[in-house]
Design a protein around this ligand. Structure first.
Ligand code: SF4
Length: 454
């Protein structure tokens, strides 16, 4: 499970009268806001602009992050909308890893890197832990030779519990991973099975215990509220089991059903408009319940999806960098990156990605050069997902006060009862935070309000 889940029910327009009372079914589509302008606005015409910034030195004092996409999984979960492959053999995988290193080689000498070393690194997927220790060793040795990791303050690695043996976890720790993120999603074997997950509860407990023994500095676990056949009772049990593990942080997504999922394909075949999962109000209530149970044992809610055991110690630099305009060099099929203020996405199919890199080109599929106003909106919206934004920090960085720039959407949120204004901070109530992706539509330029996240 990667980072990006979604109110696929049509987001309310600014004129929606009573959002607080909305009880909406889960219908198909994405709702999770992970970037701005929406991916649907990115286009092949902007690829030249992106290639142009690669030849310029980096913006001063902008940190560099590195994202590596590993698109292989044991099987495809029914709710998955990522580009993943379940049919690749060892030779295909070796060819992919070689290609990743070739892609990174092309970037390493570009002026935009400017001799910088990554401050944070993220292995996402797909399932990075699908790779064997030997494959991981080959990949990371090559990556470190091209862009050394000695300044990296955080290295995150996503793992699927059923792929994590003791031996592999040791190899992952030895390659320098500081933050292990386990895609647990649920603890109930029936729910895991009916949703197409490859792992079962026994494997979760075994992998978690090994990981604790090895002493990863941070272990995050992912859960999903509202999977197919979720019930009140099973959700409460899942939360109790998650609390008992005492992870350093927990990321809780609300189940969404994008168009390219198996669940949606089944809905279409059966002529159903409503997905067979809980409605949005129920999912928000379940996440709220989970937040409350973690708060009872000392955790802090640090974003719309996250609780953290010790916020002083546990940081998430990848997210912090992404939400504050850092450069993100992303390699791999279908990956999304952001360099010198320009968004880009790589070729989203396996063979075109490989062919582009192997023929000496960068595998860019589409890009977007946002305007300064769009970059401002992007950063404000992403930071609001953390719960609150400092108006003075924004004014200092961008020269304009968000209370002026966003006077209209902020007044809408105030009217709806979701806004908390304390001194310098513009924040959301808990209820607002739990549906922030829906509320963020208010900050979108009208021309993007129908933009589809895909
Ligand atoms: S583990 Fe499942 S949800 Fe995660 S990327 Fe693979 S198929 Fe998709």
């Amino acid at each position: 499970m990667s980072t990006l889940p979604a109110d696929p029910s049509p987001a309310p327009s600014p004129t929606t009268p009573a959002p607080a009372a909305a009880r909406t079914n889960t219908t198909a589509g994405n709702y999770f806001v992970s970037n701005y302008p929406p991916f649907g606005a990115w286009k092949s015409e902007d690829v030249e602009a992106y290639l142009g910034v690669l030849e310029q030195p980096p913006r001063p004092d902008v940190p560099l992050g590195l994202y590596t996409h590993i698109p292989f999984c044991r099987k495809r979960c029914h709710f998955c909308y990522f580009r993943v492959y379940t049919d690749k053999n060892a030779e295909d995988i070796r060819g992919y890893l070689d290609t990743l290193l070739q892609e990174l080689t092309r970037y390493a000498s570009k002026p935009v890197i400017g001799g910088r070393k990554p401050k944070f690194i993220y292995f996402g997927g797909g399932t990075p832990s699908y790779l064997s220790p030997d494959q991981l060793g080959f990949l990371t040795k090559g990556m470190k030779e091209l862009l050394p990791w000695d300044e990296a303050e955080e290295i995150t690695f996503e793992g699927e519990p059923g792929t994590l043996t003791d031996h592999k976890l040791r190899a992952i720790r030895e390659m320098g991973v500081t933050r292990l993120s386990l895609g647990i999603e649920h603890f109930d074997d029936h729910i895991l099975e009916i949703n197409g997950r490859a792992h079962r509860s026994k494997e979760i407990l075994r992998a978690y215990a090994y990981a604790r023994e090895i002493d990863f500095p941070q272990i995050n676990i992912d859960l999903i509220a509202g999977m197919v056949e979720e019930t009140e009772e099973k959700w409460c049990e899942a939360v109790a089991k998650a609390v008992a593990l005492r992870p350093d942080s927990v990321t809780i997504y609300q189940m969404e059903v994008p168009y390219n999922t198996t669940i949606y394909q089944n809905m279409k075949a059966e002529g159903r408009l409503v997905a067979p999962v809980a409605d949005w109000e129920t999912k928000r209530r379940w996440v709220d319940y989970a937040f409350g149970e973690f708060e009872k044992v000392g955790y802090t809610v640090t974003s719309t999806t996250t609780v953290v055991r010790d916020p002083q110690k546990v940081k998430f630099q990848y997210r912090a960098g992404l939400f504050s305009g850092a450069d993100l060099l992303s390699i791999g099929v279908a990956s999304f990156g952001h360099l010198s203020g320009v968004h880009y996405q790589n070729q989203h199919d396996f063979q075109p990605y490989l062919s582009a890199v192997q023929s000496g080109r960068l595998p860019i599929y589409r890009a977007l050069q946002p305007t300064p106003a769009e970059l401002y909106t992007r950063e404000f919206m992403l930071q609001l997902k953390l719960g609150s934004v400092s108006a003075s920090a924004f004014t200092h960085k961008f020269g304009t006060d968000p209370r002026t720039t966003f006077a209209t959407p902020l007044s809408t949120l105030r009217e709806w009862g979701y806004l908390v204004e304390e001194g310098d901070r513009i924040g959301l109530t808990r209820d607002g935070l739990l549906q922030v992706d829906r509320l963020l539509q208010e900050f979108f330029d009208p021309k993007y309000r129908k933009g589809r996240y895909a």
